[in-house]
Design a binder for this molecule. Structure first.
Ligand SMILES: Cc1cc2nc3c(=O)[nH]c(=O)nc-3n(C[C@H](O)[C@H](O)[C@H](O)COP(=O)(O)OP(=O)(O)OC[C@H]3O[C@@H](n4cnc5c(N)ncnc54)[C@H](O)[C@@H]3O)c2cc1C
Length: 327
């Protein structure tokens, strides 16, 4: 288990708050809107990615209320404006370590210490990258990490899927709804995915497999045109035409700063119950940091809102208890 060295050095300005929200993505801002409307004046720390992962995509077409779709960064800005309108304080800073051993919880940034009666964690997750040339430049221009989000843009086109686990096959099968052909490129000669998924994928006439092969480059100017493939057995290299590349080689939840103080689920995500409660009373989590399954703006927002509602209840109950015990 990781150990968490809390606030290693230096004097820090102390800031007290009833609710601290970690993360400036859909979950964090949704939590902030609910908590601010309950007049808790929450403080939300955005981390380095204002708007979260959603802000990295050009067009979000499956978030209700925007029939023409909306740019991800623009959606994040609207979330922020809505939270600030009700009094949430948005701070561009990152938490580096936490101490959840007692209330108030103590959370450190580089030069500040927050003392919080309750916390909503919505630090999200990040899709694992291949780290090959062309990947970053062409993300959103043919390179994607989400079939549900971007499959629709590939109607009648040919796409490459990278990966061999459950999510790679689930997404490959999903993409056959839109794409004319889906080529799964896998580094081994067999799949890790479950047998039923494998059966469905092998039986789907739109899916073909390229085995023992890795993708070494994504080629294109402004849009994906080709991928460079290398056969690991023969070391042969070749260029392969495609309109898109979907990379499903896992996600990593942003949980490192909690240093083993919270229970995690079997996939390494924060373990929560149906009320968004973590293993520590008063600490709630919502969005992708606690959701390995749905990973969407709407589901993350919903979880963030639910986490805030539970935090509000937690604080109210604490107030009531205090009132009953005080003379
Ligand atoms: C390229 C791409 C395209 C996508 N397209 C769509 C789409 O079309 N439709 C859809 O529904 N979904 C889409 N998704 C998925 C969607 O973006 C995510 O499900 C959603 O953003 C998750 O929200 P979240 O708030 O839980 O976490 P995130 O969006 O991951 O936000 C996490 C936040 O936590 C902050 N943070 C991290 N560490 C710290 C720290 N130590 N201290 C303080 N803050 C911290 C980050 O800076 C960030 O602001 C896409 C994802 C990607 C990557």
């Amino acid at each position: 288990m990781e150990t968490n060295q809390y606030c290693p050095e230096g004097n820090r300005e102390q800031i007290q708050t009833r609710l601290l929200i970690l993360g400036g993505g859909p979950a964090g801002f949704s939590a902030a809107i609910y908590a601010a409307r309950a007049e808790l004046t929450p403080i939300l720390l955005t981390g380095t990615a204002l708007g979260g992962q959603a802000a990295t995509t050009d067009m979000i077409e499956n978030y209700p209320g925007f029939p023409e779709g909306i740019n991800g960064l623009e959606l994040g800005t609207l979330f922020q404006q809505q939270a600030e309108r009700f009094g949430a304080q948005v701070v561009y800073d990152s938490i580096t370590s936490v101490d959840f051993s007692e209330i108030p919880f103590r959370l450190c940034t580089y030069d500040k210490e927050y003392l919080a009666e309750s916390v909503v964690i919505s630090t999200g997750a990040r899709p694992n990258h291949l780290n090959v040339p062309g990947e970053t430049e062409l993300t959103g221009k043919g390179v994607s990490y989400c079939g549900t989000c971007d499959g629709w843009f590939f109607r009648g086109k040919h796409v490459v899927v990278v990966g061999g686990g459950d999510s790679a096959l689930e997404e490959a099968l999903f993409l056959t709804r839109y794409a004319s052909k889906v080529t799964v490129v896998h580094r081994r000669d067999s799949l890790r995915a479950g047998k039923l998924l494998q059966k469905r994928a092998f039986g789907n006439p739109k899916i073909e497999f390229i085995w023992n092969t890795v993708l070494t480059e994504i080629v294109g100017a402004g849009e994906v045109k080709q991928v460079a493939l290398k056969n690991l057995e023969t070391c042969d290299e070749r260029l392969f035409d495609t309109d898109g590349v979907f990379i499903f080689i896992g996600h990593t939840p942003n949980v490192g700063i909690f240093g083993g103080q919270l229970a995690l689920d079997e996939n390494g995500y924060i373990q929560i119950d149906r009320y968004m409660r973590t293993s520590i009373p008063g600490v709630f989590a919502g969005g992708e940091v606690a959701d390995h399954r749905y990973r969407q703006v709407i589901t993350s927002s919903g979880m963030g809102a639910a986490a805030a509602i539970e935090a509000i209840k937690f604080l109210e109950e604490k107030e009531t208890e205090k009132g009953e015990t005080e003379p």
